[in-house]
Design a binder for this molecule. Structure first.
Ligand SMILES: Cc1cc2nc3c(=O)[nH]c(=O)nc-3n(C[C@H](O)[C@H](O)[C@H](O)COP(=O)(O)O)c2cc1C
Length: 404
């Protein structure tokens, strides 16, 4: 088997080990996948500034995220159906995150329930909530997160209606998985996956089954989501959740300066600049291209997290340089999970850690708090390179810097 050295190796392995419907569920984006691609290409267009002869012998990658210590400036993003990439996927990912000293976020749409993850890990984790039509159920879910001692609540705001992923429709994605003529060969050739799923604690949406009406009869994720997600969602719902949850609150899915300003006034502790990994509004800007202007507008008022397309330590460096305090990691760890369960997630985190460490050294910084626009070509007053030839995100950062 080929040696794993980067996230794309984990992706290749996951593609071989996870049945197509679930691999493509994780891998794909909505509609024509323009935003999915832009998340990557805009990150890659940001060039890091190579510096030499600066003492970078002692490097420290640790930081705080919403006041909590983290060994690295990353948190594992909420991912629906982790437990379909690998049996007990949420528990295994949470354990790998605990061992690496970074937060893990459990999705509302997880396979293992809040209680199962709490019992199996014995450590606090973050819980992500969607406000669905049944508000009493959301209140109950928040109370369950409190009882499980979750240390932050992530409220995702960009799924008031479902953006279609063509591949999910074509693959007829169902939860629990159904063996059909069209997928029998594919599934039969994934014995590790079958074994892990058969031995997993749960095979459907752990937080919802038995709690939400209609969940038992539904045969398509898209159908259920369409019936439950709530297009009437408003800032009043954010205020309502703020009252129910006295702990750290993170608003996820902010892609606009006006929304960021409202979020900063909402009493939340942090925002995640995120377009849901290119899975919702296709045609939306990449999240990295919106980060500098959002950081410029509200960075002093609220902590800023970032996600979308982070596949390397270099990408984490870029996001931190352009105004994020930390990154959420989505597919990078999901590929690890599909490739090798807990060890695969640990590998993904380790790859990102080592890449960030080397990148910091080669850019001449020793601590995460030192990372700023000065590590990006053309983005700071100390770099005289002409700004006009720089990617948009770097130009915005440079302008913000000049204004400051
Ligand atoms: C398979 C998959 C499932 C996801 N499920 C959720 C979810 O349940 N809740 C949520 O807030 N975001 C969800 N997201 C979005 C991620 O939390 C995150 O915003 C995104 O993955 C970041 O982009 P990246 O995958 O390119 O790193 C999901 C993303 C993927 C890839």
């Amino acid at each position: 088997m080929k040696t794993i050295t980067c996230i794309s190796d984990l992706r290749d392995l996951a593609k071989r080990r996870v049945p197509r419907a679930f691999f493509e569920y994780a891998d794909s984006g909505s509609y024509a996948e323009e935003t999915l691609r832009a998340n990557r290409s805009d990150l890659e267009a940001i060039k890091l500034r190579q510096r030499i002869l600066i003492d970078v012998d002692k490097r420290d990658l640790s930081t705080t995220i919403v006041g909590q210590k983290a060994a690295l400036p990353i948190a594992l993003a909420p991912i629906g159906l982790c437990g379909m990439q690998h049996g007990d996927g949420e528990i295994l990912a949470a354990k790998a995150a605990n061992e690496a000293g970074v937060p893990f976020t459990l999705s509302t749409m997880s396979v293992c329930s809040i209680e199962q993850v709490a019992e199996a890990t014995g450590k606090p984790f973050w819980f992500q909530v969607y406000v669905i039509r049944d508000r009493a159920f959301i209140q109950d879910l928040i109370n369950r997160a409190k009882a499980a001692k979750c240390s932050a609540l992530v409220l995702t705001l960009d799924l008031q209606i479902l953006g279609q992923r063509h591949r999910d429709v074509k693959n007829g994605l169902t939860v629990p998985p159904e063996i059909k003529l069209s997928n029998v060969v594919d599934i039969a050739t994934k014995p590790r996956w079958i074994w892990s799923i058969l031995n997993g604690r749960s095979k459907t949406f752990g937080n919802l089954a038995g709690h939400v009406k209609g969940m038992e009869n539904v045969n398509s994720l898209a159908e259920w989501t369409a019936s439950q997600f709530d297009p009437t969602l408003s800032w009043k719902d954010v205020a309502w959740v703020r009252k129910l949850w006295p702990g750290k609150l993170i608003l996820k899915g902010i892609m606009d300066v006006e929304d960021a300003k409202l979020a900063a006034k909402s009493g939340a502790d942090a925002i995640v600049v995120s377009n849901h990994g290119g899975r919702q509004l296709d045609g939306a800007a990449s999240s990295i291209s919106m980060l500098p202007q959002i950081a410029d507008a509200v960075g002093k008022d609220i902590e800023i997290m970032f996600d979308g397309g982070v596949r390397s330590g270099q990408d984490i460096m870029r996001a931190l340089a352009l105004g994020a305090k930390s990154c959420m990691i989505g597919r990078s760890y999901v590929y690890g999970l599909g490739a090798g369960g807990q060890a695969g997630v640990a590998k993904a985190i380790d790859i990102l850690r080592k890449e960030l460490d080397v990148t910091m050294a080669l850019c001449g910084v020793s601590r995460v708090s030192q990372i700023g626009p000065q590590v990006i070509v053309g983005a700071s007053a100390t770099d005289p390179s002409p700004v006009r030839s720089k990617p948009k995100a770097a130009r915005t950062a440079a302008k913000s810097k000049r204004r400051a």
